[in-house]
Design a protein around this ligand. Structure first.
Ligand SMILES: Cc1ncc(COP(=O)(O)O)c(C=O)c1O
Length: 493
């Protein structure tokens, strides 16, 4: 068919059917605002088709963020997604629901109370990162005000944290010009050392961050240990607990753990509603033990939305839908429901850890409910593979799994993998992952053997030129070792 004919043919044959329309044969707009409209069904289909290339959230074990909610919760989210909770005058019920959530969290985190009313105050945020920014600002401002009142220098605030903090802490420190004082993780300790943390305190310290469930291994940092040491040394240094994940796990799995407002120096806490709070992204919460920890000059009075209202957030507009969804989960599940889910997740994480350990991996997380339901692991020295965790992660991707490999906090400097066990990661899905992990290891070992054999054959063919190079013998030794590994990863009967 000639070029002209085919052009004519194409033009006349266009239909209103999505894939027969002209849009199906054009690039999607990506640089400029399109001149013309696109029919809604075509726009929907084109975007949906693009998104097919995203990973499957259910198989994404990289993320702490909720990937399953009941239909009723999804319905509430859809029905309230056009409400902006900043409009307090227009949406008073949504605002009240935010306050209910804050009260419920305050009591869960053992807020002191006065006249049977929790003293803790708080706000909904887009996630823990925003909550942490606010908490850091509040600590800095409080420290500044106290120093100014004493006529002292306020130019060099610092904050103490472990090098295993989530990146939002480093952001907060840099954005707000606060020196980061790190307690370094080591190859055997992946959390803060309380003694080293308290040793770093000086007159310019605005606070200490303690993590309830580190991003790397899910371990809880010893908040009580830090608190007790501060008391012993007569220091009133504030502690902020980053309970992004643990805030919705520890109270149910490990209720006797002391980490929250019950400790004298814990003045603020953040928790992500969209992690183990069981709500889709983005909702987080920031709480302060009482309003006295929130300096007045950070709170804005907004009066142009119809009423006077106090506001302490980074963003102005915010969807009401996720606050409502958080409240749904709280009243739908109650303590009993959250406890049942978190207990199942803890069991599944322990099962996964035991199976990975059988395959020869070294488990770096704690298990048994003493940390988050997260399994951090690395290739064991006894496995002796030449490939690394990044290769295992890439191989698992072929079966749809997203199990990330990454390098542990800089100073500990080792590579590792991590699987976050979330609500929809049932025992049977866990069994599928273990089967695929066995498959991945076997495939990688087979590939390794093949490569070594090819390399050896190449070296032998070149041996005339390479006379005297001992490498040939080294490679041979390596091949023999790898062949033993193949038989070791065969599933046990
Ligand atoms: C310990 C910790 N803090 C803070 C954050 C940031 O939370 P968000 O994603 O809710 O902003 C994370 C996220 O994984 C985290 O694990």
């Amino acid at each position: 068919m000639s070029g002209q004919l085919s052009k004519h043919f194409r033009g006349s044959s266009r239909t209103s059917n999505v894939y027969g329309s002209r849009f199906a044969s054009q690039d999607m707009p990506s640089q400029y605002f399109p001149e013309e409209e696109m029919p809604k069904d075509v726009a929907y289909r084109m975007i949906k088709d693009d998104l097919v290339l995203d990973g499957n959230p259910m198989l994404n074990l990289a993320s702490f963020v909720t990937t399953y909610m009941e239909e009723e919760a999804e319905k509430l989210i859809a029905e309230s997604s056009n409400k902006n909770v900043i409009d307090q005058e227009e949406y008073p019920k949504s605002v009240e629901i935010e306050h209910r959530c804050i009260n419920i969290l305050a009591s869960l985190f053992h807020s002191p109370s006065e006249n049977e009313q929790a003293t803790a105050v708080g706000t909904a945020c887009i996630g823990s990162s925003e909550a942490i920014m606010l908490a850091v600002l509040a600590m800095k401002k409080r420290w500044q005000n106290a120093r100014e009142a004493m006529g002292k220098d306020t130019s060099s605030p610092n904050i103490i944290m472990s090098s295993g903090v989530q990146v939002c802490w480093e952001k907060a420190a840099r954005y707000f010009e606060i020196e980061e004082k790190f307690v370094l993780c080591t190859t055997t300790r992946y959390v803060i050392d309380p003694v080293q943390a308290v040793d770093l305190v000086d007159e310019n310290t605005i606070g200490i961050c303690a993590i309830l469930g580190t991003t790397y291994t899910g371990q809880y940092e010893d908040v009580k240990g830090i608190n007790d040491l501060l008391l012993q040394r007569g220091l009133d240094t504030p502690i902020h607990v980053d309970a992004a994940s643990g805030g919705f796990v520890a109270p149910f799995v490990n209720p006797s753990l002391e980490w929250d407002f019950a400790l004298s120096n814990v003045i603020s806490i953040n928790v992500s509603g969209h992690k183990y709070g069981l709500v889709y992204p983005g909702i987080g919460w920031a709480l302060w033990k009482s309003s006295s920890y929130l300096p007045d000059d950070l709170i804005f009075n907004i009066d142009y939305l119809g009423s006077d209202q106090l506001n302490f957030t980074l963003n102005f507009s915010k969807p009401a839908s996720h606050i409502i969804a958080q409240y749904y989960q709280m009243i739908r599940l109650g303590r009993r429901g959250y406890t049942a889910i978190m207990a199942n997740l803890t069991d599944t994480a322990d099962y996964l850890a035991s199976q990975l350990s059988t395959l020869g991996f070294t488990i770096m997380s704690e298990g048994g409910g003493s940390g988050l339901p997260v399994v951090a692991f690395r290739l064991g020295p006894q496995q002796g593979f030449l490939f690394d965790e990044f290769a295992v992660s890439a191989k698992l991707r072929e079966r749809g799994w997203i199990v990330p490999a990454y390098t542990m906090a800089a100073d500990a400097g080792m590579s590792m993998m991590r699987a976050v066990v979330r609500e929809d990661f049932s025992r049977s899905r866990c069994a599928s992952l273990i089967g695929d992990m066995r498959w991945a290891l076997r495939a990688l070992v087979e590939r390794e053997v093949l490569n070594v054999q090819r390399y050896q054959a190449y070296l032998q063919s070149q041996s005339q030129n390479l006379l005297g190079m001992k490498t040939v013998y080294l490679e041979k030794a390596c091949l023999e070792k790898t062949c033993v590994q193949v038989s070791q990863v065969e599933p046990k009967a």
